[in-house]
Design a protein around this ligand. Structure first.
Ligand SMILES: [Zn+2]
Length: 417
């Protein structure tokens, strides 16, 4: 193409260039007139409010503040509490981001143009109370109103967590949330192993590990946190070594102790969620009662031979462990912890469902396993879900509950890990 043009006589080139230039000018001029008209027309069809009005309206709960700018603009700063939804994805994602069409929505962009079009689109989609912020983020900042500059992932973290960043429900904000989260694993055994490894890999910023045992040869058939070279080493030390290799980004706090009434509240208070992998009823009750006292969610799992059970206990939103098991299993029906057999791969499935539930709770996504007991049969390869209501007479979360951590009796081995 270039060769053909350079061989043309000069005057033809000049007149061609002139024609192209003229065509562009006329085209751009026509475009700018029509886009001006379109904007004026759109502005008449929507409602715009001042930045001061926006500030007083966002102080009322229940107002959705949508930022429809691009990622780079959002990263440089945005309104506190705003939801990021770039204009290009508005139609596709808004119904997920704002499912209730009666909710008041305030839209803003950099200067008020993109948000005017976005407000019109939202009205067309059936949103009943939509306004656009006149003057946009620029005007907001000029007026001296508060804004936040989001924390960002550094280059290494962008690479490590890139597969999370590609998921809209997680993204950079979700990854930052995970990195700021703290998960406590009660037991660095069968269930704590897969949960710990995957949570570390996922970039949960702080993992706490409680275990007073040392690594035994019989653990290695399923407890993947521990290696043959770790036999005889305290489990928390062996686990910390593995987790550091998986992801040095993760802070691992270890508690080489037995959980009891004197230490449980002090340890639990620092964590967002607790993964329970205890192998006896007394620890399961202690974990449950302390978690209900502190209103911390517990991701419950237990394993026996080929069967697993999982549930998510969010205090006062669903049942707790005692709603399901008010009394420990009689000692003659419960095998002792040392004798309980378990298929080596079984805790992988159960521990990872606990870890999945933990990540969902931390990110506030999806439907948690609250009020449901999931029962896994590895031989039949079935998952069955049973509804588990909260009990009014539950001794821990019922109407007349009285929690006394010191009253929790000695072990009768039951749900095993
Ligand atoms: Zn309960």
């Amino acid at each position: 193409m270039t060769i053909v043009l350079t061989r043309m006589p000069l005057f033809t080139l000049r007149s061609r260039a002139l024609l192209v230039w003229l065509a562009k000018v006329v085209y751009i001029d026509r475009m700018s007139i029509s886009s001006r008209d379109l904007l004026a027309k759109t502005r008449k069809e929507i409602k715009e409010i001042s930045v001061q009005d926006v500030q007083s309206r966002v102080q009322n709960n229940g107002v959705v503040l949508l930022d429809v700018r691009e990622k780079e603009e959002w990263d440089e700063g945005h309104l506190p509490g705003a939801t990021f939804l770039p204009r290009g994805f508005l139609e596709v994602r808004v119904e997920k981001a704002v499912p209730e069409k009666d909710k008041p929505v305030i839209v803003y962009c950099a200067g008020g143009t993109r948000s005017a079009y976005a407000a019109k689109t939202l009205q067309d989609l059936g949103y009943k109370d939509v306004v656009s912020m006149a003057g946009g983020y620029g005007e907001w900042k000029n007026a001296g109103l508060p804004f936040v500059v989001p924390e960002k992932l550094n280059k290494n973290r962008l690479a490590r967590y890139s597969r999370h960043l590609k998921i809209p429900e997680i993204g950079e904000a979700g990854q930052l949330k995970l990195l700021a989260s703290k998960v406590l694993l009660v037991g660095a055994g069968g269930l704590g192993s897969p949960a710990g490894v995957y949570l570390a890999a996922s970039g949960v910023g702080t993992l706490g590990l409680i275990d007073s045992d040392t690594v035994d040869e019989s653990n290695l058939q399923r407890q993947i946190l521990h290696w043959t070279s770790s036999i005889g080493v305290p489990k928390v030390d062996s686990a910390r070594r593995t987790l550091f290799e998986v992801n040095p980004d993760v802070k691992v706090k270890t508690y080489n102790l037995r959980l009891d009434a004197s230490n449980v509240l002090d340890i639990f208070k620092d964590y967002d969620v607790i993964i329970s992998g205890s192998d006896n009823f007394s620890t399961a009750y202690l974990v449950n009662d302390a978690a209900v006292l502190l209103k911390k969610p517990v991701l419950y799992g237990s394993i026996f031979r080929f069967d697993g059970q999982m549930s998510t206990f969010v205090p006062y939103e669903g049942p707790c462990f005692r709603c399901l098991y008010p009394e420990p299993a009689p000692a003659d029906l419960a095998p002792s912890c040392d004798e309980a057999g378990v298929l080596g791969v079984l805790p992988g499935v159960v521990g990872l469902i606990q870890a999945t539930e933990a990540v969902k709770l931390l990110l506030k996504i999806g439907e948690p396993l609250v009020g449901r007991l999931l029962v896994y049969d590895a031989l039949a390869m079935t998952f069955k879900s049973f509804k588990t209501p909260r009990r009014k007479d539950c001794p821990t979360c019922g109407d007349n509950a009285k929690i006394d951590l010191n009253a929790i009796g000695p072990d009768a081995c039951g749900p095993a890990a």
